[in-house]
Design a protein around this ligand. Structure first.
Ligand SMILES: O=C(O)C(=O)C[C@]1(C(=O)O)C=C[C@@H](O)C=C1
Length: 269
């Protein structure tokens, strides 16, 4: 494992998954109100950041993909975090009349949310959900154990996520690319400025020709009108990755995020 970053910016307030993970990776954590603010912090050269990029149930995390599109940053590490959600309220489940939930968490806990059938209010983070539940109200939050504890709201049902093995992949973002021998994955953004038959096939053929195993491909609106997309690709780190970037650059606009190692934080739930 590479030397851990000493300072990481992450989505706050205290008790978010981002916060809980950041304190396990870094000696100093700066909490910011949005994922976009974490990107701005890193792009301004103020230090590294930690952001969620994809979830096994809900897929890509929009603000992170948009941040990678908009800011001059690199990915310098990845971490997989088991994500367990809990229902917290001052009243019994049958008495709940309002539910505070983060949009990503909503997608990960849709079964319980649908079954409750009460009004849903989306929040900026799992910690904000817990803080919104006031004593004396019939509101509830889907939140982290830590955030419920910090906000003083009792957990009334544990592990309410749809899938038992719900996992979120986080990445460390930095102003400079990772340099080291232990990279396991590389990431790149492809931005086709032109639309022609077979372009996507030609781009993918570069990886096939160099025998690079891709681990993820995700399209995201290019923000240039309907039907215009960019593509986020991850592949296994191999010496010929640099050659692939050259081949891709001959065909389209390329934004490389570098190659990076996997960070381990041990098992915690
Ligand atoms: O709100 C939090 O606890 C976060 O750290 C954000 C976030 C996300 O945006 O994906 C992180 C992990 C979970 O998948 C749900 C929420």
């Amino acid at each position: 494992m590479p030397g851990r970053p000493l300072k990481l910016a992450a989505l706050g307030p205290e008790g978010t998954f981002s916060h809980t993970l950041a304190v396990r990776l870094a000696d100093e954590v700066i909490l910011l109100p949005t994922i976009g603010a974490v990107f701005a912090h890193v792009a301004a050269g103020l230090g590294d950041g930690l952001v969620p990029i994809e979830n096994s149930e809900a897929g890509g995390v929009g603000p992170t993909l948009d941040g990678l599109l908009a800011h001059p940053v690199f990915v310098t590490g990845e971490v997989y975090l088991p994500v367990r959600h809990h229902l917290a309220s001052f009243v019994k489940k049958e008495e709940i009349n309002l539910l505070y939930v983060h949009p990503q968490t909503h997608e990960q806990c849709s079964r319980l949310t649908d079954a409750l059938g009460v009004e849903v209010v989306h929040t900026p983070s799992n910690a904000a959900s817990a803080r919104a539940v006031l004593p004396g109200s019939r509101a509830a939050a889907i939140t982290t154990r830590e955030a419920a504890f910090r906000a003083g709201v009792p957990v009334i049902e544990q592990n309410i996520q749809d899938a038992a093995e719900n996992t979120t992949r986080f990445v460390v973002i930095s102003k400079r690319p990772y340099v080291g021998e232990d990279a396991v994955k590389c990431s790149v953004l492809l931005d086709p400025r032109t639309d022609r038959t077979g372009l996507l096939a030609d781009l993918l053929a570069v990886f096939a020709r160099l025998e690079i195993n891709l681990t993820r491909i995700e399209s995201r609106p290019a923000k240039r009108g309907i039907g215009r997309y960019v593509f986020f690709l991850d592949g296994e780190a191999v010496p010929q990755w640099g050659e692939a970037l050259k081949g891709l650059a001959a065909l389209t606009e390329v934004k490389p995020f570098g190659c990076y190692p996997r960070l381990e934080v041990g098992d915690w739930r």
